[in-house]
Design a binder for this molecule. Structure first.
Ligand code: PEP
Length: 247
């Protein structure tokens, strides 16, 4: 029996609607997903719609690296926690590239999340050029070191999402073998900081997951569920993906 409960997370990005939030919670209520943690990360304006349901966990897509103050437009970890948020994405490739979030800023965001009792979903992954140059292991090691080398105690309080950048939103998911290899590498890298936590931390795969490829991906030894973008915007499709994680 696995020691890690599967987790399937929806990342709606800047999509979705109040109607979709209601449709999804109604759909989740029709199935038994007791063996799977289902997490939904909607845009911040929709958090309140999902906050009262017991059928999914609530996540934010971003948080500030600051505690409070004159940071117009930003949301602190404590404000998110007060809104019922329990998880938060940190280091998504779109934040790293489009919003130039550095390793330093991401480490500060991880600290904020953990200090305020939120579980960070720390996203890492190589781009196409790095994969073609066979630098995947190196890239993952650097992204993990940026947070966990100085805070190994954060591993047990995190979820990791391995998201190869070339697979995000492209319809070209990593093969189960490619994904398993990267997940094993991540677990091995983490073990040098805390071997016990490395064995129990959940590592999600993200990048063009859909209802057709989810079962095989989630069936890999070191894959503990998924972070789902596009396919999570269809309630029925997302439900199928969640059911694929039941094992
Ligand atoms: C994501 O953005 O986290 C993601 C995995 O997107 P998609 O499933 O659309 O590739």
């Amino acid at each position: 029996m696995t020691i890690r409960k599967p987790l399937v997370a929806a990342n709606w990005k800047m999509n979705g609607s109040d109607a979709l939030a209601r449709e999804l919670t109604a759909a989740l209520a029709t199935v038994n997903l007791a063996d799977v943690d289902v997490l939904v990360c909607p845009p911040a304006t929709l958090l309140h719609t999902l906050a009262s349901t017991e059928h999914c966990l609530l996540g934010a897509q971003n948080l500030s690296q600051y505690t409070s103050g004159a940071y117009t437009g930003e949301l602190s970890a404590s404000l998110l926690a007060e809104a019922g948020v329990r998880f938060v994405l940190v280091g998504h490739s779109e934040r790293r590239t489009l919003f130039a979030e550095s390793d330093q800023v991401l480490a500060e965001k991880m600290q904020q999340a953990i200090t305020h009792g939120l579980t960070p979903v720390y996203c890492i992954g190589e781009n196409l050029q790095q994969r073609q140059q066979e630098k995947t292991g190196q890239v993952l090691a650097k992204q993990l070191a940026a947070v966990y080398a100085s805070h190994p105690e954060f591993i047990a309080k995190s979820v990791i999402a391995y998201e190869p950048v070339w697979a995000i939103g492209t319809g070209e998911a990593a093969t189960p073998e490619q994904a398993q290899q990267a997940h094993a590498e991540v677990r091995q890298q983490l073990a040098q900081y805390d071997s016990k936590a490395a064995a129990t931390v959940r590592i999600l795969y993200g990048g063009s997951v859909n209802s057709k490829n989810a079962t095989e991906l989630f069936g890999q030894t070191d894959i503990d569920g998924g972070l789902v973008g596009g396919a999570s915007l269809n309630a029925e499709e997302f439900l199928h993906i969640c059911q694929s994680a039941k094992g």
